[in-house]
Design a protein around this ligand. Structure first.
Ligand code: ADP
Ligand code: MG
Length: 529
């Protein structure tokens, strides 16, 4: 009866791809995205220049930033971008590694699919391989203790190598390690936790990158509001005000009708009085520093200056919040709320000469520090800020987990060999999938060699040979091509960077490989009815 009559189950605007085509589409997308970032991997990786539709320019070496700016459209591709985003969010480094790894896992899957290995078997093998990989990583991991400044410096250093800010890497590594150690707190079980919000990164265009500084306190990018105020106040008692210290326009506009000059006079008088009252309340509270989120009227500035108070106006809300935390004070909305409990406290507040900055140091809460970065251009500063952020995150990861692994392609080579050995013990078709999983790791040493201009096959073979002979920390010296002990060379990374990259790359590859049907609803094309 139904012969010849098509049965319509999907709307017209749904584009459907099935079977091998669907698999191929996802594999291609993953490979393309991995290819886009792989040239940036490692110390000798290149940077990318990205220009947005509005003309904004970003120059970066950071995988997550590149992928974010690329605005990937392909649905499978978007999942790969999510891997990089998750990596950035969870650990702060290893985004390129994770992305390149998904690409490689998908490439291996492509080979298996061509040999007619079923996607379920591939996924199963990848799962087994991943479990083994995490086990091996744990064995390979080396312990780092909290006070071990040398190793922490190397970890920060490794995270920053290859960025365009390399010239100041040593100085920045020191600042970052000190900052993170300063804010770390002991949990009681011998482990440490770090609240990344305790570290504030501030940037200022102008001076050279070498003028970066760690401030045990807060930095506000504003000068004191009035020249007759002191430039420095010691034993600072800081009033944190969210209210304006001026008569705001909206107040004036509302419903006051002035008809005579007397009324006008009375009104200004009233205005003056209310401002005077505000200023009096501040002075009476004992504050000698005022951070005001809104504006401060001239009359109030003058009055505060007369009482030796240092005041800053129009402070950003996030700076106010950070100040409240650092100074152990509270932001108040009414001047009546100013008292010993709401006033913040620090050793000193002062203006930095020749810079539009106020620094408040020796805060009551020692767990609040600011990393002040400087640079000659905003582009450079942005990249420096990303590098500092990465470095702070990896030092945090290392302190919290107390574990690191050895980089330069060394863990990946070791994983490849050991997982292959494990595959041989499994047997059956799944063995093929586990071997493929193991081989996917080769992409890291291979890419490091390639980006450094060395023969990839030679280097990969060399490394494998040295590892097979028992040198488990051997990796590639990307500057001279020698295979050396990377533990000694100081190329080390937190364990978490690798575990997270492997977990999320594998999970995404497993997800993508199982897809054999994609239905994409086209926006803008209305369906029937
Ligand atoms: P990701 O976004 O994955 O962190 P990177 O461009 O930072 O990408 O490169 C990280 C890789 O570079 C890691 O495999 C790391 O071990 C390696 N690496 C970092 N510094 C060195 C070095 N000095 N010598 C060799 N390899 C290095
Ligand atoms: Mg990195």
């Amino acid at each position: 009866m139904l012969a010849g009559q098509p049965i319509i189950i999907l709307r017209e605007n749904v584009e459907r791809t099935r079977g091998f085509e669907a698999q191929r589409s996802n594999i291609m997308a993953a490979k393309a995205i991995a290819a886009a970032v792989r040239t940036t991997l490692g110390p000798r990786g290149m940077d990318k220049m990205l220009v947005s539709s509005s003309g904004d320019v970003v120059i970066t070496n950071d995988g997550a930033t590149i992928l974010h700016e690329m605005s990937v459209q392909h649905p499978g591709g978007k999942l790969v971008v999510e891997v990089a985003e998750a990596q950035d969010g969870e650990v702060g480094d290893g985004t390129t590694t994770a992305t390149v790894l998904v690409g490689s896992l998908m490439e291996e899957a492509e080979r298996l699919l061509a040999q007619e290995v079923h996607p379920t078997i591939i996924a199963n093998g990848y799962q087994l391989g991943m479990e083994k990989a995490l086990e091996i990583l744990d064995e390979l991991a080396i312990t780092v203790v909290f006070g071990d400044r040398d190793d922490l410096l190397k970890i920060a250093d490794t995270a920053m190598t290859g960025k365009s800010i390399e010239a100041v890497k040593d100085k920045i590594a020191g600042i970052v390690v000190d900052a993170v150690c300063q804010v770390a707190s002991e949990t009681g079980q011998g482990t440490y936790v770090v609240d990344e919000d305790d570290i504030k990164i501030k940037t200022q265009v102008g001076d050279s990158m070498h003028d970066a500084n760690l401030i045990r306190g807060i930095v506000i990018d504003k000068k004191r509001v009035f020249e007759q105020m002191p430039t420095k106040v010691t034993d600072a008692k800081v009033a944190l005000l969210a209210l304006p210290l001026e008569v705001t326009k909206t107040q004036v506009k509302s419903k006051i009708k002035i008809t005579s000059s007397d009324q006008m006079k009375a009104f200004s008088e009233q205005e003056r009085e209310s401002l005077q009252k505000l200023a009096d309340q501040i002075v009476a509270s004992g504050a000698n520093v005022v951070l005001c989120q809104k504006g401060i009227a001239d009359a109030v500035q003058y009055y505060l200056a007369k009482h030796g108070i240092y005041a800053v106006e129009d402070v950003k809300e996030e700076d106010m919040k950070f100040a409240a935390k650092a100074l152990c004070g509270a932001i108040v909305n009414k001047p009546e709320e100013l008292n010993a409990a709401t006033l913040g406290h620090a050793e000193a507040a002062e203006e930095v000469p020749d810079a539009d900055l106020t620094v408040i140091s020796g805060c009551d809460n020692p767990k609040a520090v600011t990393i002040l970065l400087r640079g000659t251009s905003q582009l450079l500063l942005d990249e420096l800020e990303r590098a500092v952020y990465d470095a702070a995150r990896v030092v945090q990861d290392a302190i919290e987990d107390g574990k690191f692994v050895v980089g330069g392609g060394s863990v990946e080579t070791e994983l490849q060999l050991r997982i292959r050995d494990y595959a041989a013990t499994v047997g059956g078709r799944v063995q093929l999938a586990i071997e493929a999983f193991a081989n996917a790791f080769e992409v890291i040493p291979r890419t490091l060699a390639e980006n450094s201009g060395f023969d990839t096959i030679d280097k990969v073979v060399d490394m494998r040979k040295v590892h097979a002979d028992g040198a488990k920390y051997a990796g590639l010296n990307v500057y001279n091509g020698e295979v050396v002990d990377m533990r000694e060379a100081g190329v080390i990374e937190p364990l978490r960077v690798k575990t997270q990259a492997i977990k999320s790359a594998t999970e995404t590859a497993m997800l993508l490989v199982r897809v054999d049907d994609m239905m994409i609803t086209q926006a803008g094309k209305p369906g029937p009815q």
